[in-house]
Write a protein that binds this ligand. Structure first.
Ligand code: GLP
Length: 268
Protein backbone atom coordinates (compact mmCIF):
# COMPACT_ATOMS: atom_id res chain seq x y z
CA UNK A 1 0.00 0.00 0.00
CA UNK A 2 1.19 3.47 -0.79
CA UNK A 3 0.07 5.71 2.07
CA UNK A 4 0.13 9.43 1.30
CA UNK A 5 -0.62 11.84 4.13
CA UNK A 6 -1.41 15.39 3.12
CA UNK A 7 -2.22 18.49 5.16
CA UNK A 8 -5.88 18.92 4.33
CA UNK A 9 -8.92 17.42 2.63
CA UNK A 10 -8.42 19.95 -0.13
CA UNK A 11 -4.88 18.70 -0.82
CA UNK A 12 -6.25 15.15 -0.91
CA UNK A 13 -8.72 16.19 -3.62
CA UNK A 14 -6.06 18.02 -5.64
CA UNK A 15 -3.68 15.06 -5.50
CA UNK A 16 -6.43 12.55 -6.36
CA UNK A 17 -7.51 14.67 -9.34
CA UNK A 18 -3.90 14.75 -10.50
CA UNK A 19 -3.77 10.95 -10.48
CA UNK A 20 -7.05 10.71 -12.41
CA UNK A 21 -5.66 13.27 -14.89
CA UNK A 22 -2.48 11.23 -15.41
CA UNK A 23 -4.56 8.14 -16.14
CA UNK A 24 -6.85 9.95 -18.59
CA UNK A 25 -3.84 11.33 -20.48
CA UNK A 26 -2.41 7.83 -20.84
CA UNK A 27 -5.76 6.23 -21.50
CA UNK A 28 -8.54 8.60 -22.61
CA UNK A 29 -10.98 5.67 -22.78
CA UNK A 30 -10.29 4.51 -19.22
CA UNK A 31 -12.89 2.66 -17.17
CA UNK A 32 -13.32 4.39 -13.82
CA UNK A 33 -14.90 2.90 -10.72
CA UNK A 34 -16.62 5.69 -8.81
CA UNK A 35 -17.77 6.21 -5.24
CA UNK A 36 -20.37 8.39 -3.59
CA UNK A 37 -20.47 9.91 -0.10
CA UNK A 38 -19.12 13.26 1.12
CA UNK A 39 -15.44 12.43 0.73
CA UNK A 40 -15.16 12.27 -3.09
CA UNK A 41 -17.22 15.46 -3.58
CA UNK A 42 -14.07 17.63 -3.39
CA UNK A 43 -12.36 15.37 -5.93
CA UNK A 44 -15.32 15.66 -8.31
CA UNK A 45 -15.30 19.45 -7.95
CA UNK A 46 -11.61 19.42 -8.86
CA UNK A 47 -12.21 17.19 -11.88
CA UNK A 48 -14.95 19.53 -13.07
CA UNK A 49 -12.54 22.47 -12.78
CA UNK A 50 -9.84 20.57 -14.67
CA UNK A 51 -12.38 19.73 -17.37
CA UNK A 52 -13.53 23.36 -17.65
CA UNK A 53 -9.92 24.47 -17.95
CA UNK A 54 -9.45 22.06 -20.83
CA UNK A 55 -6.99 19.86 -18.95
CA UNK A 56 -9.01 16.65 -19.14
CA UNK A 57 -11.85 15.14 -21.10
CA UNK A 58 -14.24 12.35 -20.18
CA UNK A 59 -15.59 11.99 -23.72
CA UNK A 60 -14.47 8.38 -24.07
CA UNK A 61 -14.55 7.38 -20.41
CA UNK A 62 -16.82 4.66 -19.02
CA UNK A 63 -17.78 4.61 -15.35
CA UNK A 64 -19.17 2.02 -12.96
CA UNK A 65 -20.34 3.12 -9.54
CA UNK A 66 -19.81 0.99 -6.49
CA UNK A 67 -23.36 0.93 -5.26
CA UNK A 68 -26.95 2.13 -5.43
CA UNK A 69 -29.77 2.09 -2.92
CA UNK A 70 -32.46 -0.49 -3.36
CA UNK A 71 -35.99 0.91 -3.53
CA UNK A 72 -34.89 4.41 -4.51
CA UNK A 73 -35.73 5.34 -8.11
CA UNK A 74 -32.93 6.87 -10.21
CA UNK A 75 -34.76 10.21 -10.48
CA UNK A 76 -35.13 10.45 -6.70
CA UNK A 77 -32.66 13.13 -5.55
CA UNK A 78 -31.43 10.67 -2.88
CA UNK A 79 -30.37 8.04 -5.42
CA UNK A 80 -26.69 7.64 -6.14
CA UNK A 81 -27.56 8.17 -9.83
CA UNK A 82 -28.84 11.65 -8.93
CA UNK A 83 -25.77 12.27 -6.79
CA UNK A 84 -23.43 11.34 -9.67
CA UNK A 85 -25.33 13.44 -12.20
CA UNK A 86 -25.32 16.42 -9.85
CA UNK A 87 -21.73 16.16 -8.64
CA UNK A 88 -20.03 15.11 -11.86
CA UNK A 89 -21.77 13.73 -14.93
CA UNK A 90 -23.92 16.81 -15.69
CA UNK A 91 -20.87 19.04 -15.38
CA UNK A 92 -18.42 17.30 -17.71
CA UNK A 93 -18.37 15.98 -21.28
CA UNK A 94 -19.00 12.33 -20.41
CA UNK A 95 -21.54 10.42 -22.50
CA UNK A 96 -24.11 9.46 -19.86
CA UNK A 97 -24.85 6.29 -21.81
CA UNK A 98 -21.44 5.14 -20.60
CA UNK A 99 -22.13 5.71 -16.91
CA UNK A 100 -23.46 2.78 -14.90
CA UNK A 101 -24.75 2.08 -11.42
CA UNK A 102 -26.08 -1.22 -10.06
CA UNK A 103 -29.65 0.07 -10.03
CA UNK A 104 -32.50 -2.41 -9.67
CA UNK A 105 -35.94 -1.60 -11.06
CA UNK A 106 -39.00 -2.66 -9.07
CA UNK A 107 -39.77 -5.64 -11.30
CA UNK A 108 -36.17 -6.85 -11.51
CA UNK A 109 -34.46 -9.57 -9.52
CA UNK A 110 -31.57 -7.93 -7.61
CA UNK A 111 -29.54 -11.13 -7.86
CA UNK A 112 -29.71 -10.97 -11.66
CA UNK A 113 -28.94 -7.27 -11.62
CA UNK A 114 -25.82 -8.02 -9.58
CA UNK A 115 -24.70 -10.75 -11.94
CA UNK A 116 -25.29 -8.60 -15.02
CA UNK A 117 -23.33 -5.75 -13.44
CA UNK A 118 -20.34 -8.03 -12.96
CA UNK A 119 -20.55 -9.21 -16.58
CA UNK A 120 -20.90 -5.65 -17.78
CA UNK A 121 -17.73 -4.55 -15.97
CA UNK A 122 -15.89 -7.51 -17.49
CA UNK A 123 -17.15 -6.78 -20.99
CA UNK A 124 -15.99 -3.15 -20.66
CA UNK A 125 -12.50 -4.52 -20.04
CA UNK A 126 -12.45 -4.22 -16.24
CA UNK A 127 -11.84 -1.16 -14.10
CA UNK A 128 -8.60 0.77 -14.61
CA UNK A 129 -8.93 2.94 -11.54
CA UNK A 130 -11.33 2.41 -8.66
CA UNK A 131 -12.00 5.41 -6.40
CA UNK A 132 -13.02 4.42 -2.88
CA UNK A 133 -14.09 6.11 0.32
CA UNK A 134 -14.28 4.26 3.62
CA UNK A 135 -17.10 4.01 6.13
CA UNK A 136 -16.42 4.76 9.80
CA UNK A 137 -16.80 1.01 10.42
CA UNK A 138 -14.31 0.09 7.68
CA UNK A 139 -16.83 -0.62 4.91
CA UNK A 140 -16.01 -0.11 1.24
CA UNK A 141 -18.88 0.33 -1.19
CA UNK A 142 -21.64 -1.01 1.05
CA UNK A 143 -19.66 -4.09 2.05
CA UNK A 144 -20.36 -3.88 5.73
CA UNK A 145 -18.31 -5.67 8.41
CA UNK A 146 -18.79 -9.46 8.12
CA UNK A 147 -19.22 -9.21 4.32
CA UNK A 148 -17.58 -12.13 2.57
CA UNK A 149 -14.13 -11.19 1.35
CA UNK A 150 -15.03 -13.28 -1.72
CA UNK A 151 -18.26 -11.39 -2.43
CA UNK A 152 -19.49 -10.01 -5.73
CA UNK A 153 -22.20 -7.51 -6.64
CA UNK A 154 -25.25 -8.27 -4.51
CA UNK A 155 -27.75 -6.88 -2.01
CA UNK A 156 -26.43 -5.85 1.39
CA UNK A 157 -28.25 -4.66 4.48
CA UNK A 158 -26.71 -1.51 5.89
CA UNK A 159 -25.51 -1.64 9.49
CA UNK A 160 -27.25 0.54 12.03
CA UNK A 161 -24.05 2.61 12.22
CA UNK A 162 -23.99 3.27 8.47
CA UNK A 163 -27.73 3.98 8.51
CA UNK A 164 -27.14 6.45 11.32
CA UNK A 165 -24.02 8.00 9.68
CA UNK A 166 -25.95 8.57 6.45
CA UNK A 167 -29.09 9.89 8.16
CA UNK A 168 -27.58 13.39 8.07
CA UNK A 169 -28.28 13.34 4.34
CA UNK A 170 -32.01 12.58 4.68
CA UNK A 171 -34.72 14.86 6.04
CA UNK A 172 -37.08 13.39 8.63
CA UNK A 173 -39.95 12.94 6.15
CA UNK A 174 -37.78 11.17 3.57
CA UNK A 175 -37.54 7.41 3.11
CA UNK A 176 -34.05 6.27 4.13
CA UNK A 177 -33.17 2.89 2.65
CA UNK A 178 -31.60 0.08 4.65
CA UNK A 179 -30.72 -2.00 1.58
CA UNK A 180 -28.33 -1.41 -1.29
CA UNK A 181 -26.81 -3.25 -4.20
CA UNK A 182 -23.05 -3.03 -3.95
CA UNK A 183 -20.08 -4.27 -5.86
CA UNK A 184 -18.56 -7.06 -3.81
CA UNK A 185 -15.15 -7.14 -2.22
CA UNK A 186 -13.77 -9.43 -4.92
CA UNK A 187 -15.26 -7.16 -7.63
CA UNK A 188 -13.45 -4.19 -6.08
CA UNK A 189 -10.20 -6.13 -5.75
CA UNK A 190 -10.23 -6.85 -9.50
CA UNK A 191 -9.68 -3.17 -10.33
CA UNK A 192 -6.17 -2.69 -11.72
CA UNK A 193 -5.47 0.25 -9.45
CA UNK A 194 -7.29 1.51 -6.36
CA UNK A 195 -7.30 5.00 -4.91
CA UNK A 196 -8.90 5.26 -1.47
CA UNK A 197 -9.59 8.70 -0.01
CA UNK A 198 -10.24 9.31 3.68
CA UNK A 199 -10.51 12.65 5.40
CA UNK A 200 -11.55 13.82 8.86
CA UNK A 201 -11.17 12.49 12.39
CA UNK A 202 -14.24 10.25 12.04
CA UNK A 203 -12.24 7.96 9.73
CA UNK A 204 -9.05 7.68 11.83
CA UNK A 205 -10.01 4.44 13.58
CA UNK A 206 -11.14 2.70 10.37
CA UNK A 207 -8.02 3.90 8.53
CA UNK A 208 -5.78 2.53 11.28
CA UNK A 209 -7.49 -0.84 11.11
CA UNK A 210 -7.44 -0.90 7.31
CA UNK A 211 -3.71 -0.21 7.01
CA UNK A 212 -2.21 -1.67 10.15
CA UNK A 213 -4.76 -4.14 11.45
CA UNK A 214 -5.27 -7.77 10.52
CA UNK A 215 -7.06 -8.66 7.29
CA UNK A 216 -10.53 -9.42 8.47
CA UNK A 217 -14.09 -9.32 7.19
CA UNK A 218 -14.84 -7.22 10.28
CA UNK A 219 -12.92 -4.39 8.58
CA UNK A 220 -13.65 -5.00 4.89
CA UNK A 221 -11.20 -2.29 3.75
CA UNK A 222 -8.35 -4.31 5.31
CA UNK A 223 -8.51 -6.64 2.28
CA UNK A 224 -6.82 -3.84 0.33
CA UNK A 225 -3.58 -5.00 1.98
CA UNK A 226 -3.76 -7.86 -0.55
CA UNK A 227 -3.99 -5.58 -3.61
CA UNK A 228 -0.81 -4.84 -5.52
CA UNK A 229 -1.57 -1.26 -6.46
CA UNK A 230 -3.41 0.71 -3.82
CA UNK A 231 -2.81 4.34 -2.96
CA UNK A 232 -4.42 5.61 0.22
CA UNK A 233 -4.74 9.39 0.36
CA UNK A 234 -5.30 10.78 3.84
CA UNK A 235 -5.49 14.14 5.51
CA UNK A 236 -3.79 14.65 8.87
CA UNK A 237 -6.95 13.91 10.84
CA UNK A 238 -7.69 10.63 9.13
CA UNK A 239 -4.04 9.58 9.61
CA UNK A 240 -4.03 10.39 13.32
CA UNK A 241 -4.07 6.80 14.58
CA UNK A 242 -1.37 5.34 12.34
CA UNK A 243 1.55 3.84 14.28
CA UNK A 244 3.90 3.67 11.33
CA UNK A 245 3.45 7.26 10.20
CA UNK A 246 7.16 8.16 9.90
CA UNK A 247 7.72 5.31 7.50
CA UNK A 248 4.80 6.30 5.24
CA UNK A 249 6.08 9.89 5.02
CA UNK A 250 9.62 8.70 4.34
CA UNK A 251 8.47 6.23 1.66
CA UNK A 252 6.33 8.82 -0.04
CA UNK A 253 9.24 11.25 -0.29
CA UNK A 254 11.40 8.52 -1.83
CA UNK A 255 8.62 7.57 -4.28
CA UNK A 256 8.08 11.16 -5.33
CA UNK A 257 11.76 11.58 -6.13
CA UNK A 258 11.70 8.27 -8.04
CA UNK A 259 8.72 9.53 -10.04
CA UNK A 260 10.59 12.77 -10.81
CA UNK A 261 13.57 10.80 -12.10
CA UNK A 262 11.81 8.00 -13.93
CA UNK A 263 8.30 9.34 -14.58
CA UNK A 264 4.94 8.28 -13.25
CA UNK A 265 4.28 4.55 -13.72
CA UNK A 266 1.83 3.65 -16.46
CA UNK A 267 -1.37 3.21 -14.49
CA UNK A 268 -3.47 2.11 -17.41
C1 GLP B 1 -21.31 5.40 2.04
C2 GLP B 1 -20.90 4.78 0.68
C3 GLP B 1 -19.41 4.50 0.62
C4 GLP B 1 -18.68 5.68 1.23
C5 GLP B 1 -18.94 5.71 2.71
C6 GLP B 1 -18.35 6.92 3.42
O1 GLP B 1 -22.25 4.74 2.75
N1 GLP B 1 -21.60 3.61 0.30
O2 GLP B 1 -19.01 4.29 -0.73
O3 GLP B 1 -17.28 5.53 1.04
O4 GLP B 1 -20.31 5.55 3.01
O5 GLP B 1 -19.05 8.08 3.11
P1 GLP B 1 -18.55 9.53 3.47
O6 GLP B 1 -17.49 9.84 2.47
O7 GLP B 1 -19.77 10.38 3.31
O8 GLP B 1 -18.03 9.48 4.85
Amino acid sequence: MEVVILKSADEVAVYAAKLVGVLLKLRPDAVLGLATGSTPQALYRRLVTDYREGKISFKDVTTFNLDEYLGVAPDNPQSYRSYMNRELFDLIDIDKQNTFLPACKEDENPREVGQRYEEHIQSAGGINLQILGIGANGHIGFNEPSSSLGSRTRVKTLTQQTFHDNSRLFSSDEFQPTLAITMGITSIMEARKILLLATGAGKADAVGRMIEGPITAMCPASILQMHERVTVLLDEQAAAQLQNRDYYDWTWLQNESLKKRFGVPDDS
